[in-house]
Write a protein that binds this ligand. Structure first.
Ligand SMILES: [Zn+2]
Length: 301
């Protein structure tokens, strides 16, 4: 039974709360932390998700399902996958068992040990709370800048089998370097805003949705009735000029529009480029959903 549990800060990863708990308790290693928090003797705590936690902690932490959505990256991994897989992933992370094998792609995504942080957010945290913490919104793969300050995120290499509090390792004298690229900053804001929207459990393919959106852009050819990946790739590279991204090559676009790849940052980058608002992408209403006959609308070639 635990005597107390720290308040969860805004935008804080669950991992970060556990790491702070370990510091507050004066535990020097996992041996004290694990029996207090987890159901099983975990080998390591997933940085962006969570391992199954015991009922004491669930009670202390509030609405567990809500916490999972707001303080882990589960929505980042599952928002655009099929409803069947999404429901299974949610059921799995909410259960007392480890995430099941078919969803191992999520778990594998979680173990790269790069903990990102923004030096200016760390300073603001220390001013407000007297300590800093690991922010969820800095951990979105493919996003390199802070969505609040527009500076490049810094990297701290975590060690496996060790929980590390941000306050213990984030320096106070990092050199702040701003991104000169406005769309890169806009994309960071777009991703952060979408992640804060409630997950809508619809069975719509984001690939199909983006295709329909692209049909009304200059990147669709009415002659071939296909998205022109070469043209869109050039358009994306020009729009996100200076931003290093492997997402914009024609073969990467083909993966999204044809094969159905669902990388969160890549989907957002394409949606922002096509002028799709965060709310539109969140709702993903296909043309027939609102009664508009899109076949009669003029298409720009
Ligand atoms: Zn920041």
């Amino acid at each position: 039974m635990i005597g107390f549990f720290p308040e969860v800060y805004p935008d804080e990863l669950l991992y970060s709360v556990f790491a702070r708990y370990q510091v507050y308790c004066g535990y020097t290693g996992h041996h004290g932390l694990y029996p207090d928090i987890f159901i099983k003797n975990e080998k390591q705590i997933p940085f962006r998700l969570t391992a199954p936690i015991n009922n004491d902690v669930k009670e202390a932490i509030g609405n567990f399902e809500d916490v999972i959505h707001r303080h882990t990256l589960i929505d980042y991994y599952i928002r655009f996958i099929s409803r069947r897989k999404r429901e299974r992933a949610l059921k799995s992370i909410l259960s007392d068992d480890a995430i099941d094998t078919p969803l191992s792609f999520i778990v594998n995504s979680d173990f790269d040990y790069n903990a990102l942080y923004c030096p200016l957010c760390a300073k603001a945290d220390r001013d407000i709370y007297g300590e800093t913490y690991w922010h969820r919104s800095h951990q979105y793969r493919g996003i390199d800048v802070c969505h609040i300050h527009g500076c490049y995120l810094m990297n701290y290499k975590l060690t496996a089998q060790q929980s590390v509090s941000a306050e213990a390792v984030i320096p106070t004298d990092d050199i702040v370097c701003y991104s000169p690229n406005e769309p890169e900053f806009a994309l960071a804001g777009y991703v952060a805003e979408l992640m804060n929207k409630p997950l809508i459990n619809k069975n719509i393919s984001v690939s199909e949705y983006l295709k329909r959106k692209a049909e009304y852009s200059q990147y669709y050819s009415v002659f071939t009735k296909r998205v022109d990946f070469e043209k869109m790739s050039n358009g994306l590279a020009k729009f996100y000029k200076g931003m290093q991204s492997k997402y914009f090559a024609p073969q990467q676009l083909l993966k999204v529009f044809v094969i159905g790849a669902t990388d969160f940052a890549q989907v957002c980058a394409i949606a922002l480029f096509l002028g799709v608002s965060v709310d539109e992408l969140n709702n993903m209403l296909l043309p027939t959903d609102n009664g508009i006959n899109y076949n009669k609308l003029h298409k720009i070639v």
